[in-house]
Write a protein that binds this ligand. Structure first.
Ligand code: ZN
Length: 617
């Protein structure tokens, strides 16, 4: 069974998490941006989605999402674990699913379901909702559609909803947990007030939150209920459970931005439409769409600057989430060439200026159909924006455009179409087609082949990787430590341990033993967060079952394992640096340095094997 840490890592996407804090841009298979941990003008902060790692080549900071959150928020592992577990929807603290939490989530869902019914009823019948009904009519929404989408009305100050829920027996704390109440210094009040409400459902059609549109002239125009145990912004696609059947049937999904766009589309019979509920499509959203059976995805955002920017980001996200096939071909010179081909067809519906999907569908549905049926293919769109972003009259501009376009062209599935774009890229960059293909093939070999991994959320059992024997071994040596080994343990660099839970335990041990004469294990255990105490106990039990060793053997074992771990980390850093170096030639120097350090470790290891180690007295 996967540990919570493994499951969290499998469920969350490093690019997505970090991308919320800093602007990341694609760099080949990976992403880069300005480092959040040090001041810099050119990006040296890289994110490696295949490994779930980040690394800054400026300040040296690096690690997994746990390390990231710990540094970002200045917190310890248990807090980062809490935060990320909530985000991933993973139970922590006990290996058994927590029945209390499960019951609480069910109650929250019940509250939301009752709220959905009540708000919908209000919209249909309440005198206070007259303006809301007028608005719905003005937007051309039929009664039938309003019922299908369970549109509702939250009255001013929303007290009627809260009173209703309390009458049903839900207490205030649970209504607050459902995200329907907010509080400030003046007290608690309903989150949605005088707004037209849109229930947001999860993929099974159970309501998890609400969007609300103001009926007055106030900002924000749209508001979502707060994140809760059942709702995380950016995880859900609006209308997915209603669109799924059509998407599966015809294989094409259309993504629009707003609730109204999606509703208008469904009403007009375009039932394969979902809304991102915000300008940027997230990786979770893209994945849920692709697992719903979409083979082709059309992005149809507003025809304005924000829409264009969001479309570009959406394309990257879809490429990231898309399904790939890895193929091996032999080229004319008999060289084996690896290709990652994108199975998912991605395109952009370019709307006439000033239009959004809602207006276009209502005013000229035929034009909407045309736009959706013949969208601009991803590669064409990419060529368009490369022309806008870069000065193609300059060599630097052409090179930059070529770098951006190459991965997009190289992953086109159809060989004839791919060939066409390679020629176009050759015209643009002045680099012969064949050379471009070689360049792409070389880039394609970096990192793990995409098809070797599941690009959609892996089932929990897939995340159950075997615990790392090297790290486990080190920890077993450490927990057998005594007065004679404190200085050796104190010298271990916890950064070499990958498992964040074990790294946290090791860090705690190291800091605790600094002022100890002998190692007081029960005191160390008390100092640990309850969520990690179990792990230390487990390690100590495991270690107690091992045959006893001499202090000398313990010392050598500790040192040897530390060297092995350091070696592994250096090798990883080399790989990461090589991955990033294709974008940044300065890093090649770093690769050299790392090789030298590895050589030094090999020497130290040999020496350790050759001479008997005498522990310090
Ligand atoms: Zn940095």
């Amino acid at each position: 069974m996967a540990t919570p840490v493994e499951e969290i890592k499998a469920r969350l996407d490093t690019v997505e998490i970090i991308g919320r804090d800093i602007r990341l841009q694609r760099a080949g298979r990976n992403w880069k941006g300005l480092c959040p941990f040090h001041d810099e003008k050119t990006p040296s902060f890289h994110v490696f989605p295949d490994r779930g790692n980040f690394k800054c080549f400026g300040c040296g900071e690096g690690g997994d999402i746990f390390t990231y959150v710990m540094h970002r928020d200045g917190v310890e592992f248990p807090d980062a674990l809490q935060e990320l577990a909530r985000e991933a929807g993973v139970e922590i603290g006990h290996s058994q699913p927590n029945p209390e939490a499960r019951e609480r989530r069910q109650t929250i869902r019940d509250v939301l379901h009752q709220a959905e019914q009540f708000l919908h009823e209000q919209l249909l019948n309440s005198p206070a909702a007259a303006r809301a009904r007028e608005y719905v009519r003005d937007r051309g929404i039929t009664d039938e559609t309003a019922k299908q989408f369970k549109l509702g009305y939250a009255a001013s100050r929303g007290s009627s909803l809260l009173t209703h829920l309390q009458h049903l027996g839900f207490d205030e704390p649970v209504i607050e947990l459902a995200g329907l109440i907010t509080s400030n210094e003046r007290g608690k009040y309903a989150y949605l007030s005088d707004r037209l409400t849109f229930p947001i459902w999860d993929s099974s059609g159970s309501v998890v939150g609400f969007g609300g549109r103001t009926l007055r002239d106030i900002e924000p125009k749209y508001l979502n209920t707060r994140d809760s145990e059942v709702f995380t912004k950016g995880h859900h696609l609006y209308g997915l459970h209603l669109a799924r059947e059509t998407v599966r049937e015809i294989g094409t999904a259309v993504i629009v931005e707003g609730y109204m766009d999606a509703i208008a589309a469904h009403q007009a019979g375009f039932t394969n439409t979902v809304a991102s509920m915000g300008t940027s499509l997230t990786l979770q959203q893209a994945r849920s769409l692709l697992t719903s059976g979409a083979k082709k995805v059309v992005i149809a955002l507003d025809a304005d600057t924000a829409g264009a920017t969001a479309s570009r980001r959406g394309l990257d996200v879809l490429r990231e989430a898309g399904e790939y096939t890895t193929g091996t071909t032999i080229d004319v010179r008999g060289l084996v060439r690896h290709e990652d081909l994108l199975n998912t067809d991605i395109a952009i519906a370019q709307l006439p200026p000033g239009e959004d999907p809602d207006s276009l569908i209502r005013n000229t549905p035929s034009q909407w159909t045309e736009t959706i049926d013949a969208p601009t293919p991803l590669a064409d769109f990419a060529f368009q924006w490369a022309g806008q972003d870069h000065d193609l009259d300059s060599l630097v501009g052409r090179r930059a455009a070529m770098r951006e376009l190459l991965p997009i062209v190289a992953e086109i599935k159809d060989a004839v179409v791919r060939s066409h774009y390679f020629d176009r890229l050759s015209d643009l960059s002045g680099v012969p087609s064949d050379e471009l293909r070689q360049l792409a093939a070389r880039d394609g070999r970096r990192g793990t082949p995409r098809a070797a991994q599941t690009r959609t959320r892996p089932p929990p059992q897939a995340a159950a990787e075997k615990s790392d024997p090297l790290e486990e071994g080190l920890l077993e040596y450490v927990v057998r430590g005594d007065a004679q080994t404190t200085s050796l343990i104190g010298g271990i660099d916890p950064a070499n341990v990958r498992n964040p839970l074990d790294r946290h335990i090791l860090t705690t041990i190291i800091s605790e033993i600094q002022d100890m004469e002998n190692i007081d294990w029960s005191r160390i255990e008390e100092g640990l967060d309850p969520s990690v105490q179990d792990r230390l106990q487990e390690l100590r039990t495991q270690a107690s079952l091992l045959p006893s060793i001499t202090a000398q053997e313990l010392g050598t074992g500790l040192q040897y394992t530390t060297l092995q771990l350091r070696l592994r980390r250096l090798n990883e850093e080399i790989e990461e640096t090589i991955l990033a170096a294709s974008e940044d030639p300065r890093l090649r120097q770093r690769v050299q340095e790392l090789h030298q350090q590895i050589f030094a470790i090999h020497e130290a290891r040999e020496e350790l094997g050759g001479t008997r180690y005498v522990p310090p007295t």
